[in-house]
Design a protein around this ligand. Structure first.
Ligand code: SME
Length: 148
């Protein structure tokens, strides 16, 4: 997967837009429509020690995730990308969608703190590899730079 096009599209669609909801909403749509074999793509935003559901595409999801809980809460706590090849083997995984089998969660930073996380799910096992991690982290770095 070549992420250059997706990153360029994010650049174009967020350029000059000073609204976090608008930028996160378009980023979620780009990920959901631009990546193959993805069942959910979106954001959880940090609110104290909790993550609150933000803009996303896909089925309805849990609205609140505590720090350290599930894949999103782990990425929130560690500040590191989590690539989970089989979510059923991940201790504490939160099954918003019973059909989800693998997941990647990339933390977003603002001012040295975790602003929130970018979460992408797939019904395929091991959907996300190091290439996806690298591409999605580039996508996340650009998105962070557009957050106010
Ligand atoms: N599975 C996630 C919860 C969020 S949904 O996948 C949208 C987790 O374990 O953090």
């Amino acid at each position: 997967m070549d992420y250059s096009q997706l990153v360029s599209q994010l650049d174009a669609v967020t350029d000059g837009v000073e609204n976090n909801i608008s930028n996160l909403a378009n980023a979620a749509a780009l990920l959901y429509r631009g990546l193959e074999d993805v069942s959910w793509a979106g954001f959880y935003i940090a609110d104290g020690n909790t993550l609150a559901l933000g803009p996303f595409q896909g089925k309805i999801a849990c609205t609140s995730i505590a720090k350290g809980r599930g894949v999103c809460g782990a990425a929130f706590e560690t500040g590191k990308t989590a690539v989970v090849t089989n979510v059923h083997e991940f201790e504490g995984h939160i099954a918003c969608d019973a059909e989800s089998n693998s997941e990647i969660v990339v933390p977003l930073f603002k001012g040295g703190e975790v602003f929130g996380v970018m979460d992408i799910d797939s019904t395929s096992y091991a959907r996300f590899d190091d290439c996806d991690r690298e591409g999605l982290e580039r996508f996340a770095r650009l998105l962070e730079s557009r957050l106010i």
